[in-house]
Ligand binder design. Structure first.
Ligand SMILES: [Zn+2]
Ligand SMILES: [Zn+2]
Ligand SMILES: [Zn+2]
Length: 256
């Protein structure tokens, strides 16, 4: 947001929280730096957040708003001796190979050097443990991820989802943080509405929830005022910290 050429109240709003880039998540422990997705705004986001080291990239699915910043990942390859691990489902990996063929067949200095890793079950990136969460979204292979941190906390990130199968839902219990798709108030064929996301929150009862993938139908202040306790809209640059022994994630800075 804003959407090119759109004159709606949200796109023309002066509230910086209505200025939103495409969604992505960076998870860091003292030993590990993992990035979920490489969307079209990756360059701007990495510069904004001072992100200079990535140990692995983990992909949710092959829609353009999650992969098209792929070539920007070359900057994270320059400081490495080995190719950059990229964890993705088999269909997402096949799409990456088709869209960015040069990356997978050349060793030209300065190019991106991927190390493709097919997701076929739980996997680790350094000291972060990932469990893939298969979800329904637009009829294509799509994962959310549950991540266990060395501090003993767990979060789930599901950026794009219309419905969550029961088997996946069972892997989403006892979450400290849930970050979930809530595209807009009105029904959509491939994304959850705010109400559908809130129903999921009521069902799973995570300690804290952030709604993401927000379209321009959502005015930050207006929608935030209607959300139940423990649920907030995500903002660009939102950070939260898990500290060993803390029962809850600490948000930095506090959302207004
Ligand atoms: Zn608009
Ligand atoms: Zn998608
Ligand atoms: Zn998306």
């Amino acid at each position: 947001m804003p959407v090119i050429g759109c004159t709606c109240a949200v796109c023309t709003s002066g509230d910086p929280r209505n200025n939103r880039t495409r969604c992505s998540l960076h998870i860091a422990s003292p030993r590990t730096s993992a990035l979920i997705d490489s969307g079209p705004d990756l360059r701007e986001q990495a510069l904004r957040e001072g992100l200079t080291v990535v140990d692995a990239v983990v992909y949710t699915h092959a829609h353009l708003d999650h992969i098209v910043g792929f070539d920007e990942l070359r900057a994270f390859c320059w400081h490495r001796d080995t190719p950059l691990p990229m964890h993705a489902g088999p269909k997402t990996l096949a799409n990456l190979r088709t869209m960015f063929p040069w990356a997978f067949r050349t060793t030209y200095p300065g190019y991106i050097k991927p190390d493709p890793r097919v997701i076929d079950g739980p996997f680790a990136v350094g000291d972060l443990r990932f469990t893939p969460l298969p979800v329904e979204h637009a009829g294509i292979e799509t994962f959310g991820f549950r991540v266990e941190t060395p501090s003993g906390h767990s979060l789930a990130y599901i950026s794009d989802v219309k419905s969550i199968p029961d088997a996946t839902r069972r892997q989403m219990e006892n979450l400290d943080v849930l970050i979930i798709d809530a595209l807009r108030p009105g029904a959509h064929p491939t994304h959850m509405t705010i109400e559908e996301s809130l129903a999921t929150v009521r069902d799973l009862a995570p300690a804290r929830t952030f709604l993401t993938h927000l379209a321009h139908d959502i005015d930050f202040a207006e929608t935030s005022a209607k959300l139940p306790p423990g649920v907030a809209l995500a903002t660009d640059g939102l950070k939260f910290v898990f500290q060993r022994g803390d029962s809850c994630a600490r948000v930095e800075p506090s959302p207004q």
